[in-house]
Design a protein around this ligand. Structure first.
Ligand code: GDP
Length: 137
């Protein structure tokens, strides 16, 4: 059984579509093993996206991620990491396949509704970034 980290980003929380997005995960047989709504600090967002710190959009990305609360969840199931990436769709919603979360709920490449771990190693690290063992069941 695999686990991956999902973040419903500030744009989607602001649009009040948290339930609709979580429903996509459950409908695809992913189980929510932990979930919480939080406001990221600038330090949190910078640390979480440290891998992108040299990219030109890093500052914008950090500002966007702290612009409002997010919902962070652990999704569990068979092939959870790649299945979640499929459900999310391409980073740029204009390129995302019909029926994906980003095609249906995202407006732009920065306000793109969801984050999902992109490797099993990153999933492990991202889960540990947000959740203690006792929060996961
Ligand atoms: P993801 O794994 O599909 O989320 O994409 P990446 O890991 O490549 O990028 C992380 C996040 O940075 C994306 O979800 C976007 O929110 C943001 N991002 C990526 N590329 C760009 C870009 O060219 N411009 C801006 N403004 N944001 C970007």
């Amino acid at each position: 059984m695999e686990q991956t980290l999902s973040i419903i980003k500030p744009d989607a929380v602001q649009k009040n579509v948290v339930g609709k997005i979580l429903d996509r995960f459950e409908t695809a047989n992913l189980r929510i093993a932990a979930s919480k709504k939080i406001q990221l600090s600038k330090e949190d967002a910078e640390a979480f996206y440290a891998v992108h710190s040299k990219r030109p959009f890093y500052g914008e990305l950090v500002e966007f991620m702290i612009s409002g609360p997010v919902v962070v969840s652990i999704l569990e199931g068979t092939n959870a990491m790649s299945l979640n990436r499929e459900l999310m769709g391409a980073t740029n919603p204009k390129e995302a396949k019909t029926g994906t979360i980003r095609a249906d709920f995202a407006d732009s490449i920065d306000a793109n509704a969801v984050h999902g771990s992109d490797s099993l190693q990153n999933a492990k690290e991202e889960i540990a970034f947000f959740f203690a063992k006792k929060d996961i069941c």
